[in-house]
Design a protein around this ligand. Structure first.
Ligand code: HEM
Length: 509
């Protein structure tokens, strides 16, 4: 009996020790696992290479104004025009052959991917910018039909012309007289942002937020939209997605602001959709929302679709116009050439203020100047995809599954092997052959993206930019306050000048 008890005690102590060992091992392994997980997700993986060290210490900023200028420098130096920022797990390329593989020939392997859709998911939901697969195919088909129709193009042109005639020109004219008295300075970037918000809202919803009426407060819709897109873009800057996800879970700081801004956007969109349904007669209305409402019943889905269009058409156009006017301030001969061409086609500016579609089609130099400006300052400076499976790019770069692959449109506009030795010059003539505008292959010039997801609003954006540029160039002298300062960009989804573009407005002699 005594033996049995001692055996039992012995066995019990063995089990206790085994249990203890098991728990210790579990504890050690789970701590180790947690540590490895955190170091992978929260801390940037260590890499001693020069690019990663320069990136981590931000020491590039001693020599370059903007991160995009540093990347351009590295890409120009690289024999393959491709670099790998290991700490970001991001392969960046300015090589057109690689671009072709990513956006066209191996398109299926390079979707937007989960990390991207998570960042913009709260704002864009299932909108075209944020989805792959069937959702994307469906919206792409619908949107190409809508944006390709002549009636919607005319509608867009009508909206832009009205906004220029009724708001933009009167606003600048009112400043001309003030300028004489006080030397008033206007932030042209802010004006273009307000202008493009009004036009894209009218186009997308048939709603006029009146942002360019400076006497009115900025509409709460525009303010909420601005805040939501800024904070969403900032998510991408966080060293790990886990950080903003935890903040979102706990509803803290900027994530709390984002939630509130999106809530407001949703309420306003809901109201808009409901009142449109009540009004009926959707087929008679020309805006994009009414067109989509004829075939989609799900109001949340409708909201997502239209918010993507706001993002697509607002900041891009404003950014393109802002850099165009910065470049024109430094190249007065281009301004003179645009005036000369338009005077020939439209007659002297005092006689004819507003351009028609037919007249605009004839303006080859203007078309060239806009393309040239977008080459040097693309509104979307880079665009990323996530690789689904291992791949090898045409320049020999190995892409591991799950790696982010980015083509850099800003750097590509500054590559000698694409544009020749004068690639840094602003020279509209490079687009003209015997005086006729000749487009470049979008793979070399991916300003509007290229391949299967090429921008659907390109024509509309170009018409908008040309109409605005012509109206201002023919009527006013715009003196940029410090034209020689190299632009500094603010972080965001679209290129935006830090500090705006201050100008003094004068009547043209
Ligand atoms: C200068 C102005 C513009 C520029 C530089 C531009 C550039 C781009 C770029 C780079 C993309 C690809 C984005 C991505 O991969 O996520 C894109 C896509 C798109 N753009 Fe534009 N865009 C402009 C104006 C517009 C306008 C005014 C509209 C519509 C009203 C528009 C509608 C779209 C749409 C719907 C897509 C998504 C295409 C797809 O995913 O299949 N864009 N644009």
């Amino acid at each position: 009996m005594e033996g049995m008890v001692s055996n039992f005690l012995w066995l019990q102590s063995l089990f206790t020790s085994l249990n203890f060992l098991f728990f210790s091992f579990t504890l050690v392994f789970s701590t180790l696992g947690l540590f490895l997980f955190l170091s992978k997700r929260l801390l940037k993986p260590c890499c001693g290479c020069e690019i990663c060290q320069t990136y981590l210490s931000s020491s590039w900023s001693k020599e370059f104004n903007n991160l995009c200028d540093w990347y351009t420098h590295l890409l120009r130096e690289s024999p393959t025009q491709t670099i790998h920022v290991h700490v970001l797990r991001n392969i960046i390329t300015a090589n057109p052959k690689n671009v072709e593989r990513i956006v066209k020939t191996n398109f299926e392997n390079y979707p937007k991917g989960k990390p991207f859709s998570a960042i913009l998911g709260d704002l864009l939901g299932r909108g075209i910018f944020n989805v792959d697969g069937e959702y994307w195919k469906f919206q792409r088909k619908m949107a190409s039909l809508a944006l390709g129709s002549v009636s919607i193009r005319n509608y867009a042109f009508e909206i832009v012309t009205c906004e220029i005639r009724d708001r933009l020109v009167p606003l600048l004219s009112s400043l001309v007289s003030q300028e004489v008295q006080k030397g008033a300075v206007l932030d042209l970037q802010d004006v273009f942002r307000r202008f493009s918000f009004d036009t894209i809202c009218k186009f997308s919803f048939g709603l006029d937020p009146k942002c360019l009426e400076l006497s009115l407060p900025m509409s709460e819709f525009a303010t909420a939209f601005d805040l939501a897109s800024r904070i969403s873009a900032e998510r991408a800057l966080s060293p790990s997605a886990l950080i903003w996800k935890i903040k979102r879970f706990l509803n803290l700081g900027t994530e709390k602001d984002l939630r509130q801004a999106i809530k407001l956007l949703n309420l306003l969109a809901e109201d808009m959709i409901k009142s449109k349904r009540k009004m009926g007669g959707l087929s008679a209305q020309k805006d994009l929302l009414s067109r989509f409402m004829q075939s989609i019943d799900d109001d949340n889905y409708l909201r997502d679709i239209v918010v993507s269009f706001l993002l697509a058409g607002r900041d891009t156009v404003a950014s393109g116009l802002t850099s165009l006017f910065w470049l024109l301030a430094n190249h007065p001969h281009v301004v003179s050439a645009i005036r000369e061409e338009s005077d020939k086609i439209m007659g002297p500016s005092s006689d004819n203020e507003f351009v028609t579609h037919d007249q605009m089609r004839k303006m080859q130099y203007l078309q060239a100047a806009i393309h040239e400006s977008l080459r040097l300052f693309p509104p979307v400076q880079f665009d990323s995809r996530f690789s689904q499976a291992n791949d090898v790019l045409p320049d020999g770069t190995f892409v591991e599954r799950g790696t982010r692959v980015t083509y850099h449109a800003y750097a590509m506009g500054r590559m000698e092997h694409i544009w020749g030795s004068g690639c840094l010059e602003f020279k509209p003539e490079r687009w003209l052959r015997d005086g006729v505008f000749t487009p470049e292959n979008p793979i070399k010039y991916p300003v509007f993206h290229a391949g299967l997801r090429v921008c659907l609003g390109k024509e509309m954006a170009l018409v908008e930019m040309k109409t605005v540029a012509l109206s201002l160039i023919r009527k006013f002298e715009l003196q940029v306050s410090s034209p020689d300062n190299w632009p500094r960009f603010a972080p965001g989804l679209t290129a935006t000048l830090r500090g705006g573009l201050p100008v003094v407005v004068k009547e043209r002699n």
